[in-house]
Write a new protein. Sequence first.
Lengths: 190, 190
Amino acid sequence: MDKRREATRTAIIEAAWEVVREQGLAALTLRAVAERVGMRAPSLYSHFDSKNAIYDAMFGEAWSTYEALPDATDVPVQPRAALRARARRYVDFAVADLARHQLMNLRLIHGFTPSAESYAPAVRVLDRLREFCVSIGLDPGADVDLYTALLAGLVDQQWANDPGGDRWTRQVDRAVEMFADAVGLPKESP
Amino acid sequence: MDKRREATRTAIIEAAWEVVREQGLAALTLRAVAERVGMRAPSLYSHFDSKNAIYDAMFGEAWSTYEALPDATDVPVQPRAALRARARRYVDFAVADLARHQLMNLRLIHGFTPSAESYAPAVRVLDRLREFCVSIGLDPGADVDLYTALLAGLVDQQWANDPGGDRWTRQVDRAVEMFADAVGLPKESP
DNA sequence: GTCTATAGTTTGATAGAC
DNA sequence: GTCTATCAAACTATAGAC
């Protein structure tokens, strides 16, 4: 029955995303959020306990959004093609929004640690990745770590040295092939 | 003849490094730096024009330090071994100091852009990497980009998910072998 | 639930005495 | 060159009226 209340909460979070997209993740201020949603800063405390509570909601929402992406691998395909599709989905998502990527994958807000509740979707995403990797014969430890590092590196270099371009993202397929060769995935049959 | 002046400058920068190592890169404040060097905050303006000028000096110093590391490849060795040694040197350096790594390789200080002078050593380091890669038959464009992404990914994952540990850094050799295979470097002869 | 008012900090930077 | 004093501006958060 708190439909109106929930709508306000959503509006606040959406305004917060706008602010961090324009000003940078660390530059989020309650005043800027409040102004965008047509309120005064103190009014936000009726909906969130603190500024970090806003970050926390954003963190959870971002990972939930990623988790809810249409599964590119629900149709059974060859391991390499499936891995490639997964990699592209991850990289595209990470490269679409710097502030979101930083909030999800880096720890750059001093004093903010995600709550267990907000962290849950992130854990599920990684668990599913491990399941998938095991299903195609990979090691859920070292192999998955190398895979995540490979994608993280492409994303971070892309943002740091060619934001908006594709100098690193265009190498995603090549990187996945390199990885697939290293872990001994069978070559693709035509 | 400005020996004393130069010593003070050095002391300020050294104090600044201590602050960012303890408080985080973005948490640098003039007061904290001044206190550590036995001064008051306004006195720093006799040596640096602004807070960003301190960041700038730190940026230049960090890359100069890296540039001056003993060259692990001055003795000619096989390409794979040389690449491995370079990779370890880079990763070890990046994993030794988070704030330094962030300042050198990420753009996380809002409104700070390195001056041309401070940027010079960074450019030279990358140029040398390209030269080396060409000397062993690699492409200075795509191949170098993939290589830097690979190392950046290992470092960033290490810092983000296992700081102080070696879950990703222990895969450096494996990652380099994977890369070497992908770019067709000859296998090592015993 | 939202407002005004304000407490309480902290910050980078400047003015001017010494 | 270093100091004291201070400005001007931000910020999070709380108190209490409506």
